[in-house]
Design a protein around this ligand. Structure first.
Ligand code: ARG
Ligand code: ASP
Length: 718
């Protein structure tokens, strides 16, 4: 009965026009169709997602684990962001062949570069399996029993579906376990690098401009999906052939204008729109600040060394981008929540909820305890969260410790009374590969300095009991002198020497493992692991599980109470449609931002002395020549990027931005800083997604790189 009410509630949403907010399940999009059409859409919900016929969703891919991509040609060409392909581009780069700096363009299929380990995933269909997953679940049962039933039901359903379809199957909870949807996926494993612009186009503005508008980044790269000669997804083989998908996106050269309807189709990773005040406070006021400080510390050190040494710059480029990205996002998020009085707004909802619950005895019994229980749990979570943050941001910020941690599964296997020899040899092989890659991008002076700085903060800011035991060595053996500890660490540990480590790995045995136990990096890694496994996880897990159960009930209650509000499930790395309008915004008093940027802006930002703002000579030449071909705007300008009020998050990078006719007009890659709290609280006034104008992408491919053959593969709408 409850479930029935729940579904009535989601389908009875009132249509208040709140441009932008919401990440919708494609299978259920008919609910939004009227609104989308009112906003200007000319295609139907069925054109976007259908199980009966080919639809746009067939062209949308999850790229790797954390990004989105889409098919843009009949020959399996896919488009994603430069920052999504960054790891792959970097792996193929060296000082001699520096694709990261200079760009890469395959002239033909044979030159396209394979990327073992990289996959793209295509959703075949989704199915609501809530009834079957919750079969036997009753309201008064314990959470443990409930979870067990759900696990067992799901396992059976997944096995069955896998057998009948041969596809990759998963079941994902929505609305915190109020709804379950089964995903039928096809996974492609031969995905080759086709093209990437030089970094000063693909990453123009770098981390200085990251998360900001106005933006001038040509953040795109091109890959291609290959199939076996039998036409099936397969691992890389030279015999494989380009995939000819049933659906690829047509590309509009008409551009966008203010007020235009757009939608973004992709894989948003995670949002938390419905969290209670205590959780928002924990994230934005307790957890973010020290994480920001620890990341900022690392970034300063990276910068210092990268500025003077071009090899170090390449080695640390991807690491730097990774550390900087979340660092800046967290700063924006905390600021945004403060500006919106986010915590107070959440408290207000909780006050209403408490009153609403108290108005009948049944509600009081069901919902009355939720808010106090949240407050209690989050208070307990506070010191544990800090401990866990320091572990991952300070302890595991040391690369040497990350490396040592990688050896744990192998060491454990070898130490077993009867080790599995096949597993040992496969673990050895993959570790050997990892070690090579690790040292290719490792610069010890950076890591020493990072270790000294981070471990100093660690010992200073985390009390005994909330930090791993190895830190006590510093106090005991080195009288609190972190530098002395670090110098012993790097002086003695075999993890600091590729040669010693490789030799040790080749001769691994229970005997050589004895030696490992004296290694200071290993000791630290082991100590962090045991601290995490024995102290942090067991304390946090029950609280988090309790919160998950509370969230499920809170969600149900909120939906019963706020009948006027539109609900959508939080992002959970499943395919979603979000829609909004092309529109600028006012970031601060008296400032208005236009909705698009142009090539002129790139020249305004140019600064040959600052790496992030170096402009390619060829791009300047093209600008001077003013021949933008069919890619110019109607006013003859080269538009570079635009903003719109589509609700996006991490994972939406690489998502196609489509116009009212379902044609590709942009490539999503970021959000505006003033709106980055949208993962916790969307703000229609400030939350904007940033996209590269597809015409700029094509201009770079065609006019800048001279890779016209790639444009010729595409379907252009003029
Ligand atoms: N902020 C964007 C996202 O979250 C882009 C990140 C990559 N760019 C960078 N300069 N680090 O993924
Ligand atoms: N840049 C993000 C991504 O990589 C997108 C975002 O957070 O808006 O998915």
């Amino acid at each position: 009965m409850k479930r029935l009410i729940f579904f009535l509630l989601i389908s009875l949403r009132v249509n208040t026009l709140l441009a932008g907010e919401g990440m919708w399940i494609p299978m259920l999009l008919s609910q939004n169709e009227a609104e989308m059409k009112a906003m200007g859409m000319r295609i139907s919900a069925e054109d976007i997602y259908s199980v009966n016929k080919g639809s746009l969703k067939d062209a949308i891919l999850q790229f790797g684990r954390g990004c989105t991509a889409s098919f843009i040609s009949s020959q399996g060409l896919i488009l994603t962001n430069h920052h999504c392909g960054y790891g792959e581009i970097q792996k193929h780069s060296s000082l001699e062949n520096d694709y990261l700096t200079n760009g890469f363009w395959a002239k033909n299929y044979a030159e396209e570069l394979p990327n073992p380990g990289l996959t793209v995933t295509q959703l075949v269909k989704m199915e609501d399996v809530t009834e079957a997953v919750l079969a036997g679940v009753a309201r008064d049962m314990t959470e443990a029993r409930r979870a067990e039933l759900i696990r067992n039901n799901s396992r059976k359903l997944i096995e069955e579906a896998r057998k009948t379809t041969g596809l990759d199957i998963s079941i994902r909870p929505f609305y915190y376990g109020n709804q379950y949807i089964m995903m039928f996926n096809r996974i492609y494993k031969d995905v080759r690098l086709v093209g990437a612009p030089p970094s000063n186009i693909g990453k123009f503005g770098g981390d200085t401009d990251n998360w900001m508008w106005p933006r001038h980044t040509g953040d795109f790269s091109l890959f291609r999906v290959y199939l076996s000669s039998k036409g099936e997804p397969a691992d890389y083989s030279p015999e494989n052939v380009p995939y000819q998908p049933e659906k690829w996106l047509p590309i509009s050269l008409k551009g966008v204008e203010e007020g235009d309807f757009t939608f973004v189709f992709g894989y948003p990773g995670r949002t938390n729109q419905y969290l209670p005040a205590a959780a928002v406070k924990l994230i934005t006021e307790v957890s973010n600040p020290p994480r920001v400080m620890l990341r900022g510390t690392r970034l300063e050190i990276f910068k210092h060394y990268s500025q003077t040494d071009p090899l170090v710059r390449i080695q640390y480029a991807a690491k730097d981008a990774r550390v900087a990205n979340a660092w800046k996002k967290m700063i924006g998020e905390s600021k945004g929540i403060r500006r919106l009085n986010g915590i107070e707004r959440k408290l207000e909802i909780e006050k209403q909820f408490t009153q609403w619950a108290a108005s009948t005895p049944e509600r009081q019994a069901l919902y009355g305890g939720i808010v106090p229980a949240f407050n209690d749990n989050y208070a307990k979570l506070e010191p544990l969260t800090l401990a866990s943050d320091y572990l991952s941001e300070a302890g595991m910020g040391v690369e040497l410790f990350q490396l040592a941690t990688r050896f744990v599964p192998l060491v454990e296997e070898v130490q077993k009374p009867k080790p599995d020899t096949a597993r040992v040899s496969s673990l050895k092989k993959s570790l050997a590969g990892f070690v090579d890659e690790f040292f290719k991008d490792y610069y010890e002076p950076i890591d020493r300095e990072v270790a000294t700085a981070l471990l100093s903060y660690y010992t200073k800011n985390q009390p005994v009991g909330f930090r791993p035991a190895f830190l006590e060595q510093i106090t005991a053996r080195h009288k609190g002198n972190v530098e002395a500890y670090v110098s012993v660490l790097f002086g003695k540990s075999m993890f600091a020497s590729q040669q010693q480590l490789t030799q040790w790995l080749n001769n691994i045995s229970p005997k050589t493992i004895k030696k490992l136990e004296k290694d200071p990096a290993w000791q630290a890694a082991a100590s962090m692991r045991s601290f995490s496994n024995n102290s942090i996880d067991p304390a946090m897990r029950p609280l988090q599980q309790a919160n998950d159960s509370l969230m499920r009930l809170f969600m149900t209650g909120l939906m019963e109470m706020q009948t006027e509000r539109r609900f959508y499930p939080d992002a959970n790395s499943t395919l979603r449609v979000t829609y909004g309008m092309v529109e600028g915004y006012n970031p601060a008093d008296a400032i208005t931002y236009n909705y698009f940027t142009t090539l002129e802006g790139i020249l305004e930002k140019e600064n040959p002395d600052i790496y992030d703002y170096v402009v390619e000579p060829k791009l300047k030449e093209l600008h001077r020549g003013g021949d933008f071909g069919p890619y110019a705007s109607s006013g003859g300008r080269m538009h570079v990027a635009f903003v719109a009020s589509n609700h996006t998050t991490g994972g939406n990078s690489g998502s196609p931005v489509l116009n009212a006719d379902g044609q590709l007009v942009g490539l999503n890659f970021d959000r505006c800083w003033e709106g980055t709290m949208s993962d916790l609280m969307y703000d229609p006034a400030m939350s904007r997604n940033i996209s590269a104008d597809i015409r700029y992408v094509l201009f770079i491919v065609d006019k800048f790189a001279g890779a016209r053959h790639l444009v010729d593969e595409m379907t252009l709408i003029r």
